[in-house]
Design a protein around this ligand. Structure first.
Ligand code: FES
Length: 109
């Protein structure tokens, strides 16, 4: 993403939860995960490093618990605040999408 764009409102993301957002691009767009912990929001590509599947168990619904998000396909666990792999069949973490909060909105950075 080269230009900053509004992704959603902070309140659209449940505290200690996650939502999916589609980002348009010149190559057809891609899906990102936005996760929130209090006033902090974290963005990642919605693509598991294990087999490249999306992490949602149904579109836009994620398993987030105790500071980690779980890939619905085979159970890989990643830290919400860093994307670091905690457990599971892959060896790397999620790919971060830089975001920033301005007022009540979340923007791509
Ligand atoms: S695709 Fe995510 S754990 Fe296998």
């Amino acid at each position: 993403m080269s230009e900053s764009r509004a992704l959603c409102r902070v309140e659209d993301i449940p505290d200690n939860g996650a939502i999916a957002v589609r980002v348009d691009s010149s190559t057809g767009g891609f899906d990102i995960i936005l996760m929130r912990q209090g006033e902090a929001v974290f963005g990642y590509h919605n693509e598991c490093p294990h087999q490249g599947r999306q992490l949602d168990y149904v579109p836009g619904k994620f398993l987030v618990k105790e500071g980690c998000i779980m890939c619905a396909a085979h159970g890989a666990l990643f830290k919400v605040h860093s994307g670091e792999r905690v457990a599971g069949p892959c060896s790397t973490g999620l790919v971060r999408v830089p975001v920033r909060i301005e007022g009540a909105e979340v923007f791509s950075a």
